[in-house]
Design a protein around this ligand. Structure first.
Ligand code: MG
Length: 218
């Protein structure tokens, strides 16, 4: 069982379902050769893919092109189904930093053949996740500077204001399809600048006022 940590209370919450949003920043959708979708693109990661800050990211044998994707993550604190937009933010327990590590070559092959993305997105160590800062301490999750450095060089930087589907939109949509439970996590999508990582790389992800992650690729 993996746990999410909520700060500053240090409360541990068992991680339930991990929902991830694809193509939620226009510039990233463009670099992938697409556009932002009219309904959210959703895929899942298994909870055993989660690693905490500092744990090495293991390159899978199946891929020759693993990419970094830095993302704002949302911890769901309260169950609900068909949650209204007005109620949506009351279901958020906290916000964190996540990396959605992706076998890009395997994903592109899956896209081409119409197969699921589970292998490309859900492999062991593919979900680095920081502790979560209680939502009350983050006045606006859509005004956060988010960045990623590899070996000290900046690769991704934007502001969460550029997200297409906002946190409340995602909660409305996910709860209408799946229902949401305490301990669910939402990876809200990555901005542009995704690129390959290789063994020995050091990844430093940061969302100002939310947290940081530092991981070595092995
Ligand atoms: Mg992603």
């Amino acid at each position: 069982m993996k746990y999410a940590t909520l700060l500053p209370s240090n409360k541990k919450i068992p991680i339930n379902t991990i929902f991830c949003v694809g193509q939620n920043y226009a510039e990233h959708a463009k670099e992938m050769g697409g556009t932002v979708a009219s309904t959210p693109v959703i895929f899942l990661k298994p909870s055993n893919a989660v690693i905490e800050n500092g744990t090495p990211i293991l390159l899978p044998k199946l891929s020759n092109n693993v990419h970094h994707e830095v993302e704002l993550t949302v911890l769901v604190g309260k169950r609900g189904r068909n949650i209204s937009k007005a109620d949506a933010m009351a279901h958020v327990a906290g916000y964190g930093v996540g990396l959605d590590m992706t076998m890009r070559d395997v994903q592109l092959e899956a896209k081409k053949s119409g197969n699921p993305w589970s292998i490309a997105k859900g492999f062991f160590t593919s979900a680095p996740l920081s502790p979560f800062i209680e939502a009350a301490n983050i006045p606006d999750p859509h005004q956060l500077n988010i960045s990623l450095k590899v070996n000290g060089t900046e690769r991704q930087r934007t502001n969460t204001s550029k997200m297409n589907f906002k946190v409340d939109d995602l909660i409305v949509f996910l709860s209408s399809v799946f229902s949401l439970e305490e301990g669910d996590i939402i990876y809200t999508g990555t901005p542009e600048g995704v690129a390959q990582v290789v063994a020995g790389d050091v990844l430093e992800a940061e969302i100002l006022t939310v947290g940081t992650l530092t991981h070595t690729v092995v």
